[in-house]
Design a protein around this ligand. Structure first.
Ligand code: SF4
Ligand code: SF4
Length: 512
């Protein structure tokens, strides 16, 4: 289907209706009907061959899990296990912990809030205020606090924080009972691994995470059918991962998806019983009409519209993990006017809490990942999910009104994932895009020189730019090498956008 057709069949009315329909309760699949039959490829590997993990089953039995009544039951949320407090003391009264949802494919009781380990706190010192070194002690404190609050799902990837994410996550989790949490990580599609490399990486990941199995293991950042065929099928990596699943070192196999419609259809057509899919969902993308990015060319195909992804995945039995529920943190900040709409309705609820409640209320969603950098992010999220108060139809209309003051076609849809980094010439690509988007959101983009507000906006843009991006890392340093171009999962033509913003800043500096 062409891009124009994509646009044509995604009317606003249809999308709103879909988003509202998705919030209806879906029946949970009884274990006897949840597709545990073997559906493998080639050697007949599949779920039927998956060895059962006795420690996990014992934990589920002992956890005292049951279905709570009222709204919780309506949304498939389960009663919660109470974790011992650090120091061996039990809490005096049972605290309200983070809500959980049962994965219908395997019975895993997963906390609806998952810890996305790609945005750990960074060390910044007076001598190196822009360090990319992870603050290990602060990260471990956050992981401990998360576990204490009932969070039991930790998601990392081979490439996060240059490999440190898995190491720190492993170090922190090693101090807790392995049956109390789920580890999810990913094979790095971005490096185009050979079969031998993929095998080596897998073993290295187990060592880094200090575990002998992964609960969830995903093909990372799948963006095209061609990549699946080349990297995963022709190289034999998919077949290898199915063997790892049969051996029990991978309990559940899935993919993280950034591709077009054809790519998702191809993944679903493979003779693989996928256990989980990581997709990008948030209320901004689901409630508003999808518009393909303006720069799409023959080389860059249109990413599948999120509402279509949700609708298509709802036709399968594959549970969803959600990434970018905050749209690269933009939904946590919003614009002044959009925030005012939310605060008029609920004065003390954070903008982020609205975004999390929206996606977590979709029954197809098993876990919502949040890349938390500060303890205050974690505390706010704990409040939102303990327990989850599902979004109501009335609140959705409030979100729609807020979006009237937020949707902006000039935004560069960078989520700050950092996959395009490092730039060989030192450009801090996500920081440059983030500054530009902040100025768009705060109406600080200078219009023409004849605009009476031009001088104020020009100064604000440049002062903010110099503060948030050190001079040696600004867009003007871009040499146009195009190394960043193929790495962006959001299909942003990174090099040309960086060049454009470099020229823009230069123009503002030279302006009389
Ligand atoms: S095109 Fe520019 S921003 Fe991208 S990697 Fe090369 S120098 Fe860096
Ligand atoms: S430009 Fe793309 S790859 Fe780079 S940080 Fe933004 S979203 Fe990630």
């Amino acid at each position: 289907m062409s891009m124009t057709e994509n646009q044509g069949d995604q009317t606003k009315e249809k999308k709103i209706a879909l988003a509202k329909t998705d919030l209806k309760d879906l029946p949970e699949v009884p274990p006897s009907q949840n597709g545990l039959e073997a559906q493998g490829i080639d050697g007949g590997l599949g779920r039927g061959d998956l060895p059962r993990d006795p420690s996990r089953r014992r934990w589920l039995r002992n956890a005292g899990l049951g279905v709570a009544g009222g709204a919780l039951a309506c949304y498939g949320l389960s009663k919660l296990k109470v974790f011992p407090r650090p120091g061996g003391k039990e809490a005096k009264s049972e605290p309200t912990l983070i809500s959980r949802r049962t994965n219908p494919k395997n019975g895993d009781e997963i906390s609806l809030l998952g810890f996305g380990c790609m945005r750990f706190p960074l060390l910044s010192t007076a001598s190196d205020p822009y360090s990319s070194q992870v603050d290990e002690a602060a990260s471990i404190r956050m992981i401990d606090r998360a576990i204490e609050s009932g969070l039991n799902f930790f998601d990392s990837a081979y490439i996060y924080h240059g490999g440190r994410s898995e190491v720190i996550m492993g170090k922190a989790l090693k101090r807790h009972d392995r049956s109390d949490f789920f580890i999810s990580t990913k094979v790095p599609t971005i490096i185009n691994p050979t079969l031998e490399q993929a095998k080596k990486i897998f073993v290295e990941q187990l060592e880094r995470c200090q575990t002998d199995y992964f609960d969830y293991y995903l093909l990372h950042g799948v963006t095209s059918t061609q990549k699946i065929k080349q990297i995963y099928e022709a190289n034999g990596i998919l077949e290898y991962l199915l063997r790892e699943k049969a051996s029990g070192r991978v309990r559940n196999l899935g993919f993280s998806f950034h591709g077009d419609k054809e790519c998702l259809e191809y993944l679903l057509s493979l003779a693989i019983d996928w256990d989980i899919a990581l997709v990008q969902l948030n209320y901004h993308d689901l409630l508003r009409e999808y518009r393909p990015p303006i720069w799409l060319t023959a080389e860059l195909s249109a990413p599948a519209p999120p509402s279509w992804i949700l609708e298509r995945m709802s036709q399968t039995d594959i549970p969803l993990m959600v990434m970018e529920p905050l749209l690269g943190r933009r939904l946590a900040k919003l614009t002044r006017k959009a925030l005012a709409v939310l605060q008029e309705d609920q004065q003390n609820a954070s903008a982020a809490s609205w975004a999390f409640r929206y996606v977590a209320s979709i029954p197809k969603v098993a876990v919502v990942l949040s890349g938390m950098t500060l303890m205050e992010h974690l505390e706010d999220n704990i409040k939102t999910f303990s327990p989850l108060n599902p979004i109501t139809p009335r609140e959705i209309t409030v979100l729609e009104r807020a979006l009237d003051y937020f949707v902006n076609p000039n935004i560069i849809p960078c989520t700050g994932c950092g996959y395009c980094m490092p730039c060989p010439y030192g450009v801090d690509i996500p920081a440059v895009f983030s500054h530009y988007n902040d100025c768009q959101d705060n109406e600080l983009i200078p219009k023409g020189v004849r605009d009476p507000d031009y001088e104020r906006a020009r100064k604000a843009y440049l002062v903010g730019y110099d503060r948030s991006v050190p001079e040696l890392r600004q867009a003007e340093r871009c040499a146009g090498c195009d190394k960043c171009l193929p790495k962006c999962p959001q299909m942003i033509p990174v090099s040309s956008e960086i060049a454009r913003l470099g020229q823009y800043a230069q123009g503002l500096r030279n302006s009389p």
